[in-house]
Design a protein around this ligand. Sequence first.
Ligand SMILES: Cc1cc2nc3c(=O)[nH]c(=O)nc-3n(C[C@H](O)[C@H](O)[C@H](O)COP(=O)(O)OP(=O)(O)OC[C@H]3O[C@@H](n4cnc5c(N)ncnc54)[C@H](O)[C@@H]3O)c2cc1C
Length: 494
Amino acid sequence: MTIKKKRIAVIGSGFSSMSAAAFLSKKGHEVRVFEKNDQPGGRARMFEASGFKFDMGPSWYWMPDVFEAFFNKFGKSASDYYDLKRLDPSYKVFFDNEELHVPASISELTQLFESMEKGSGAKLQKFLKNAAYKYEVGINRLVYKPGLSITEYLDAEVLSGLFKFQLFKSFRKYIRKSFKDERILKLLEFPILFLGAKPDDTPALYSLMNYADLKLGTWYPMGGMHEISKSMESLAMEQGATFQYNNPVNLIEVGNRKAKFVHTAKGVWETDFIVGGADYHHIEQNLLSEESRNYNDSYWAKRTMAPSCLLYFLGVDGEMSNLEHHNLFFDEEFDLHAEEIYKTKEWPSAPLFYVSYTSKTDPSVAPKGKSNLFILIPISTGLTETQELQEKYFNLVMDRLEVRTGNSIRNNIIYRKDYATSNFSNDYNSYKGNAYGLANTLKQTAFLKPSLNNNKIKNVFYTGQLTVPGPGVPPAIISGEVVSREVLKEINKK
Ligand SMILES: Cc1cc2nc3c(=O)[nH]c(=O)nc-3n(C[C@H](O)[C@H](O)[C@H](O)COP(=O)(O)OP(=O)(O)OC[C@H]3O[C@@H](n4cnc5c(N)ncnc54)[C@H](O)[C@@H]3O)c2cc1C
């Protein structure tokens, strides 16, 4: 069969864009990826300084099956590109007065639960069985739907399983039915942070994330998360896609209700289709004229955004004791922090934070005898940082980190870089400086998310963390595949 070769412009080179570019070029289309920054990966960029190699965005490799399924669709495996290591313990949690290592093995995890709350081991098995069902149906079937209409979700299996999805039950209430121990509850609520919403506003469906966490495990690609970015760029190029860096799209030119050209910093390219993988809000509000947009400013103002964050990249002299690869500081009140992120939208009074110590696993990311630390404090979107505030939160975190681990960090810093909301806005054209896109609340799930299609201009599509299925690296990869199917459908109509 001869294919109708089309010119397709992809805006941005995040995971969703690269996934879409790979699928579309595999079908023989001429795909050009235009990226504002100087490397692939979007928020999963990296930089090197003073001998350290820092991942700038994602650090948790969850749902390895999704990555593998992606590579398999091109006759490849993740192992053709990078070396994955399963972390054990998966991560460490610092509570108020104690520390907990979350083991990779389910039998050890069951014992751990039992030691915290009598009878909770058996409840964990039941909880995971239910979460496994949600994961199987949710990840293997629901998230691959384009979310254009409610009718997509009306198939027999999905309908018969609807009550098991617990879409209308809050995650917070759901886990409290089975568990009472505060540490267990915090452990189960933590992946909801990934989804960027409060556990009371998140459907119990998302206990599928606990299955991803506790059963499928936490992995790390040696060399860093940016290895995934590079591998997806290579894969897309192997299919024929081309990449242009330092070349932002500044305008989508529309004529007769069709996008005709992309105007970039380096020139104008005639195009048959556009896949927008940059932040949805930016594409609509800044690259398209008002009459060509799906949504207006007031629509966006009403969305619940996932958080932004304060980041600190540190190169430290000496190795760290008492830290694992991933470390969660849950030594302050979760609810108060969540309230300040989502409801009052103010600077947190006593934030939880996360520390990634990648050089514990990977010698290539720090010079010998030195440590690579990445510190993340989730904050509300829309806040503007100042140097003074960044310093304040740095010291607040350091006070807790140094005391709890016994390491002297501040006196041994070789390299430090701070990163915050205005960096997200400037570097990625991110709406309100969001880090993770749109929160996965019930009102922003599936067909209730911003649409993958532009309803006014039939050859413009969107992908990435502000549309279906949502934030996170695996969802972004899936989003690229889903949008590519929609583009192909449109091509084949003609
Ligand atoms: C600090 C941080 C930690 C995270 N941790 C995790 C984690 O541990 N695990 C996980 O799974 N997920 C994590 N995430 C979320 C995950 O990284 C994102 O959901 C995912 O990478 C988003 O991919 P995307 O395809 O939507 O595009 P993005 O990564 O947002 O890429 C969009 C690209 O578009 C480009 N662009 C913008 N405007 C233009 C323009 N006009 N022209 C051309 N290009 C443009 C941007 O420069 C960017 O490269 C984290 C995110 C952050 C920020």
